[in-house]
Design a protein around this ligand. Structure first.
Ligand SMILES: [Zn+2]
Length: 134
């Protein structure tokens, strides 16, 4: 009892450049956008996507990389951001506690109730009575 399951923290492998051989291996398996099926002929028409984001443990390996058209990759990246954020939230890596108010300044603003003083109509200044003895 009392054991709290904690998802192990995943550190992404160091990011490496895609080599041309690597890209050829990926394209041998996919010649179309892996999402919408659009055919892509030029390098500028697609981007390589880690199907399982590396931030949550996806490998930088041919099995986990696929070409996506620019539009699909944009959508996938946005989706990844949500998934990554959720994974981090579940792992307790982000603070979800109540937002903190800024610390109150030690010096109260003069002329306010907080200063503890009040000025009477005749010009004399006296200490406010906090216990309401008007
Ligand atoms: Zn697509």
């Amino acid at each position: 009892m009392g054991e709290v399951f904690q998802r192990p923290r995943v550190e992404p492998e160091e990011r490496q450049a895609f080599t041309t051989t690597f890209e050829r291996d990926v394209l041998r398996r996919f010649v179309v956008c892996a999402q919408c099926g659009e055919r892509m002929r030029k390098r500028s028409e697609y981007q390589l996507d880690h199907e399982i984001p590396r931030e949550i443990g996806g490998k930088h390996a041919v099995e986990n990389v696929r070409p996506l058209c620019i539009e699909c990759h944009k959508a996938k990246t946005a989706l990844d951001a949500k998934v990554i954020a959720k994974a981090k939230r579940l792992a307790g890596e982000t603070c979800t506690g109540p937002s903190r108010r800024p610390m109150k300044s030690g010096r109260p603003l003069p002329g306010t109730k907080a200063s503890g003083l009040k000025r009477r109509m005749n010009g004399t200044v006296e200490r406010r009575n906090p216990h309401g003895e008007a």
